[in-house]
Write a protein that binds this ligand. Structure first.
Ligand SMILES: Nc1ncnc2c1ncn2[C@@H]1O[C@H](COP(=O)(O)OP(=O)(O)OP(=O)(O)O)[C@@H](O)[C@H]1O
Ligand code: SF4
Ligand SMILES: [Mg+2]
Length: 318
């Protein structure tokens, strides 16, 4: 069956002072369909937000290199003319809740007016109908419809994040990219947002790409899980496979770094720091930090192998 989203060998580099910053470097994955959530996890600077920006084609001015394919229900969309992509794809079929988005509301415009903006742009929906749709969506994300009339400063962080999610859903997209949707929230509000995402996934049958540095948070909502390291995707599988039988040493170390309530051993820390993406290490980019590194790891990039159906990892240890 054709996947809802398929990303093939996507690359996006920024111009850096010492050369290209290889933020997204040959990433491939797919999202099967509605009602599923794919978690994309990795340390800060691994290229998660750049990957989302590349899929949405919201490219900063200093992008030096952009190539690869993005297929939406089998249709290649990454090379569509910008006006066609904007009219037919962005927000309408793929929506995005960017990192830190809840602070991106314009402070002088009422929340509801900001939510309905994309509906009014093409003139097919009148303001009354747009407002009714926004109020219904506000209720669906657990907010009273009166929020429509409020200004952003009158909302708490959790309320703003819910309103942002309503805003992403206004055009009824089939896929929503959510970049660190809970990171700036305290733990109890974070749990409420996670429950909301689980509910929306089922009720609206939307697909979610959930981007986070926190593998424990991702495990709560995600059906599938991908792990990014230094601009590359190093492992992908069902959440169960990646969490219970991780095949890549980086995934294993990420999991070992999660504190456990009743375990006697202390959480393990990953030694060293992520590499400079202007001069990533040759061979396997994780080799300077990997306890299993061999000569081959320093020389050649590892190919992908599949430890079991539905799971793959890029590592010379197979
Ligand atoms: N506009 C830009 N210009 C140059 N370099 C950039 C730009 N945006 C991001 N980078 C660099 O690209 C790399 C990937 O950054 P990105 O923000 O995509 O990572 P991330 O995984 O989302 O990190 P975080 O968890 O901190 O949000 C980093 O090295 C970052 O410094
Ligand atoms: S390829 Fe080598 S360095 Fe890279 S993760 Fe596997 S064992 Fe470690
Ligand atoms: Mg980010």
């Amino acid at each position: 069956m054709t996947p809802l989203l398929e990303v093939r060998d996507l690359r996006m580099y920024y111009t850096g002072r010492r050369g290209d910053v290889r933020a997204v470097d040959g990433v491939s994955f797919s999202v099967a369909g509605g009602g599923r959530a794919l978690g994309i996890v990795g340390e800060s600077g691994s290229g998660k937000s750049s990957l989302a920006a590349a899929i949405m084609r919201m490219l900063p001015g200093n992008v030096s290199h952009f190539e690869g394919e993005v297929l939406l229900e089998g249709q290649e969309v990454s090379r569509l003319p910008e006006h066609v992509f904007h009219r037919e794809i962005r927000w309408r079929r793929i929506a995005w809740v960017p990192q830190g988005a809840m602070n991106a509301f314009n402070p002088v415009i009422r929340v509801g007016e900001q939510i309905i903006e994309p509906l009014l742009v093409d003139g097919h929906v009148d303001r009354g109908a747009a407002r009714a749709r926004a109020e219904a969506l506000l209720e669906q994300v657990g907010l009273p419809p009166e929020i429509y009339q409020r200004y952003p400063h009158e909302l708490s962080g959790g309320m703003k994040q819910r309103a942002m999610i309503a805003s992403a859903l206004i055009m009824s997209p089939s896929l929503v990219l959510m970049d660190e949707p809970t990171s700036a929230l305290d733990v109890s509000v974070q749990a409420q947002i996670m429950n909301l995402l689980k509910r929306l996934k089922c009720e609206l049958q939307i697909a979610i790409v959930f981007i986070t540095h926190d593998i424990a948070v991702a495990s709560d909502v995600c059906d599938d899980m991908a792990v990014m390291y230094a601009g590359e995707m190093v492992e992908l599988g069902s959440a169960e496979q990646v969490l219970l039988t991780p095949a890549h040493p980086y995934t294993q170390m990420l999991l070992a770094s999660i504190p456990r309530l009743r375990a006697s051993e202390m959480p393990q820390f990953i030694p060293g720091a992520p590499p400079d993406l202007q001069e990533p290490p040759p061979g396997c980019r994780f080799h300077p930090r990997c306890p299993h590194a061999m000569a081959r790891c320093r020389e050649s990039p590892p190919p992908a192998f599949s430890p079991r159906p539905g799971q793959w990892a890029r590592c010379w240890l197979r």
